[in-house]
Design a protein around this ligand. Structure first.
Ligand code: AKG
Length: 330
């Protein structure tokens, strides 16, 4: 996530033209993408899946996972409560609005992207996000009580994310020649933070002028995302945008900034954005897996050598986050 979160003003899909605060210049809104079969789809039941993950993390910074072991029922329940939350009346959703100015940094909102040519622009979408684990990072006061089952669905899904993340960290550590436990340990072990977000991108009258999320890499170590069936996610590679194909049942894994730093640049945080549709509502459910705020993350000592000196400063995750959100040098 990037930019400055504002209290939410829902984009009005009944409009026939885009309000200026959402419209980007052509230069600023390069959406030309192509379905790209090369974005790796990795079968976790296959014996070489660890090597394929490491290769995808080096080459793309993104891959899709099938046979990941997260039950379809847990995913569909997560999606149900998300869809039902966004179908609530605006006033009900607004009760959970975030308000960073008053220190309420979790909740319902929309994003304003700063510092782009033509001034600040809103992205065409709303979101809800809050931490789900560990217990010390959770504030249930910012979780919606409606719809029924919201809390249970998020907690159950988080349990699956814990297990999956452990495996991903192990495979990605091995791909760097480190012990399997190295990455989990470097990101805080049992204190690693799971932040759940729901993105809601309603139909847009002029989709060619808007973006759902502006280009960014994730602050996280990694992000595991469930999309609905409406395409829109694009990733940048070799100077152009590539559409991420919808693979039913797959989970999309983004390498985030913290893994890029820990790997001393061997793995790449993926630059991505989302487009929006004229007719359909797109939704996505990313889980951002982050180190605790106080933890210092830097290149792993075993990956710093005479030939390959450290490429990133070691710093507390909270300082990294502050600099990134405020567009300050790291
Ligand atoms: O909706 C998506 O596919 C991507 C969402 C995303 O990049 C974000 O929420 O930071």
């Amino acid at each position: 996530m990037t930019g400055v979160a504002q209290s939410a003003q829902a984009p009005a899909s009944s409009l026939v033209a885009l309000l200026p605060e959402f419209a980007r210049s052509e230069h600023d809104n390069n959406q030309t993408g192509a379905a790209h079969p090369e974005i790796p789809v990795i079968d976790m039941a296959s014996c070489c899946c660890g090597a394929r993950m490491a290769e995808a993390a080096r080459e793309w910074g993104i891959f899709q996972l099938v046979n990941h072991g997260v039950p379809a029922s847990a995913v569909s329940e997560l999606q149900r409560v998300g869809r039902e939350f966004f179908a609530l009346p605006q006033a009900e959703k607004q009760r959970f609005a975030m308000d960073p100015a008053s220190g309420k940094t979790e909740g319902y909102g929309c994003t304003m992207q700063r510092d782009i040519p033509g001034g600040n622009k809103k992205t065409w979408g709303n979101f809800l996000f809050h931490n789900v684990a560990p217990p010390s990072a959770v504030n249930h006061a910012v979780w919606p009580e409606n719809p029924e089952g919201y809390r249970e669905a998020n907690e159950a899904y988080c349990g699956h994310m814990r297990r999956l993340t452990r495996t991903l960290f192990e495979r990605l550590s091995a791909g760097l020649g480190l012990e399997e436990g190295a990455m989990a340990e470097s990101f805080g072990g049992d204190e690693v933070v799971f932040l759940h977000k729901i993105n809601f991108y309603p139909p847009c009258p002029q989709p060619e002028l808007a973006l759902g999320v502006a280009p960014h890499t994730d602050l996280s170590a990694l992000t595991v995302l469930v999309p609905n069936e409406v395409p829109g996610l694009q990733v940048s590679r070799d100077g152009r945008w590539h559409d991420v194909e919808y693979v039913p049942g797959a989970l999309i894994v983004h390498i985030g900034d913290q893994i890029e730093i820990l790997s001393n640049g061997t793995y790449k945080a993926v630059l991505h954005q989302t487009t929006v549709s004229k007719e359909k509502t797109r939704m996505s459910w990313p889980v951002f897996v982050e180190p605790p705020m106080e933890l210092v993350v830097g290149p792993h000592p075993r990956l710093i050598t005479g030939e390959c000196p450290d490429k990133y400063k070691a710093k507390k995750f909270m300082d990294y986050k502050y600099c990134k959100i405020n567009k300050l040098p790291q």
